[in-house]
Design a protein around this ligand. Structure first.
Ligand SMILES: CC(C)(COP(=O)(O)OP(=O)(O)OC[C@H]1O[C@@H](n2cnc3c(N)ncnc32)[C@H](O)[C@@H]1OP(=O)(O)O)[C@@H](O)C(=O)NCCC(=O)NCCS
Length: 153
């Protein structure tokens, strides 16, 4: 099946809001403090309009089947690089998984940022999301900083 990769536009936002909730549901098992009703993960208006971000969608003939963005962000003062690419909204519809689609999305995002002189990339992933971690390792990512949390409820 022919898949088309393209930059998202504001017209895609209603569909992206739906897919954002699919990412939330995928991550819910890993964090029991995620809000119950439509938690917001991404600033989609900014991601589709900013020159420092590239929000990609993959479409089959009828619908968006995969997503991902890279945003060029300022880095911590302590690091040698002043800017880095932050990757997020990595989502592939279940029936398209395991075919390298996420790898292709990430590679395109990394290439886009590399052309803008970005050589360092970061993303956040739950430690228990082994499917996603495996997919990111296939692109060359390796574990770095680990977030720890304490909930006193
Ligand atoms: C993470 C995700 C984007 C990966 O997409 P993908 O297109 O399947 O990724 P790739 O095909 O490039 O890599 C697949 C790897 O992921 C793993 N994987 C996860 N789920 C899989 C599935 N249902 N079928 C096959 N492989 C799967 C495999 O280990 C595979 O590695 P392998 O090919 O060496 O076996 C996708 O599983 C997804 O949308 N998950 C739900 C949302 C999510 O958790 N996003 C990450 C937020 S940080």
């Amino acid at each position: 099946m022919m898949l088309i990769f393209r930059e998202a536009t504001s017209v895609d936002i209603p569909k992206l809001l739906e897919l954002e909730q699919c990412v939330v549901e995928a991550e819910r098992p890993f964090n029991n403090t995620i809000k119950a009703d439509n938690p917001i993960y991404y600033d989609l208006d900014k991601l589709v309009s900013s020159k420092s971000a590239n929000m990609l969608v993959v479409e089959n003939e009828t619908q968006i089947v995969g997503t991902g963005y890279v945003e060029i962000r300022p880095s911590k003062q302590s690091l040698r690089h002043e800017k880095h690419g932050y990757l997020g909204f990595m989502y592939v519809m279940p029936e398209y998984r395991g075919q390298g689609l996420n790898k292709e999305i990430m590679q395109r995002l990394i290439d886009w940022a590399y052309e803008r002189d970005i050589k360092d990339f970061y993303l956040d992933v739950y430690a228990q999301n082994s499917a996603a971690i495996r997919a990111y390792e296939k692109v060359g990512f390796e574990p770095c900083l680990m977030e720890m949390k304490l909930n006193l409820d």
